[in-house]
Design a protein around this ligand. Sequence first.
Ligand code: GLC
Length: 477
Amino acid sequence: MKILFAASEAAPFMKSGGLGDVLEALPTELAKDASLEIAVVLPLYKKIKQNETLGLKFKTSFALPSPLSESYVGVFVKKIKRVTYYFIDNEFYFGRDGAPYGHGDDGARFAFFSKAILESFQHLDYYPDVIHLNDWQTATVPVYLKAFYETIPAYSRIRTVFTIHNIEYQGAMPESFARDAMGLSGWQDDVMHHDFGVNFMKSAVVLADRVTTVSRTYAHEIKYPYFSHGLDGVLREHEYKLSGIVNGINTTLFNPKTDKALPANFSSTDLSGKAICKAELQKELGLPVREDVPLIAMITRLVSHKGLELVECVLNDILSRDVQLVVLGTGDERFERLFHFAQYCHPDKMSAQIRFDGALASRIYAGSDLFLMPSKSEPCGLSQLIAMRYGTIPIVRETGGLYDTVPALNTETLEGKGFTFKVFNAHDMLGAIDRACAFFRDGQKLARHRRALVRYNSSWKASAEEYLAIYKSLCDS
Ligand code: GLC
């Protein structure tokens, strides 16, 4: 069976968030099965094109028909272990500096990418059995497939799976987009419409053979207006093909036993290295080196849906306790200032690391005691899984993937994983932080629970099997 993943990012080539991690780990996990042929297709961003060390090979080129004008498409290829990576080249759309998204013409860029993927099959003489699409950037593949390709015999057997990693970004365009920029008419034009414009994600929910999202609870939540950003009606209508499959992490990459970024390594049988990591981290951050104080960490984009408002409400209360807090990440200026100011007021308790730094992130996961993730909504979340892998206890709000991966800890029996709160309320969060800090002070139980967290297996294996079952069921039908 041939599976093609289509996405706007995949580590190690391009990563702006969790999507990039998933698109690295899931194809790699599936490729372990010798009966599967796994490929990933990405835009050839400038950063990738200019990186000669990657050794991409030119494969083919063609002119893509479009209602506006014909456009050049180049296809480059690179194989890593058993995964083939294809790159769609077009200087105008992807030869740009800066972030992969956030350009004024993102709609045109990713509609172009989606159509170019389909067109490339005839030039590569490669036809996947299943195209696994991810988020709004590749959400127009099903409509293009049905509108322009399905009558070609080699395309007629192709099935599509669409995964929602975050429903907040849907690819909403002006009303005329489907007709003028995509060349759709009649029912195809209708399927793109939602509210008063065009919506890429909606069309994929309607047309894909299966729709998945990245946790069971999120699959349930997005059927309600509080979480759906306007798509709850469409999702309820198509819930017969909707399911949730939780993400895993790359347990080889995120491994406290071998992680080279750490000053000392550790494992579930010997946690002594974690104390060294903590002391070194405190030194690095300019915080007092104290073993007896709970070090709380947040590694996050500093944006509202990550629950930063809750932290803003009670930051002074948190810092009035005997704790240390480190925040790593960038985002809204409002929150960046908040943490800078807190560091200014409490230099012995607060460390504001307003930047992105992967190696420091590893040292924080390993050197902290508690990991705070009070998200308003969280499709899956990977940081809580990484934190646990490094023996750091999560404090989370019970939503989406956080609810599924961090069951509440019973501090008597040590069943469960972390400290949780239900209502999106700052004082409920503060209560959970206080309970976690009290638990931290119970040395024996703390060590036992940390060992259990490090041992916990959040690898991709089980989830990859669930995806495989979906692919198989589609190919058999
Ligand atoms: C998005 C979600 C995050 C999820 C990731 C990968 O970034 O916000 O919760 O873990 O996608 O699926």
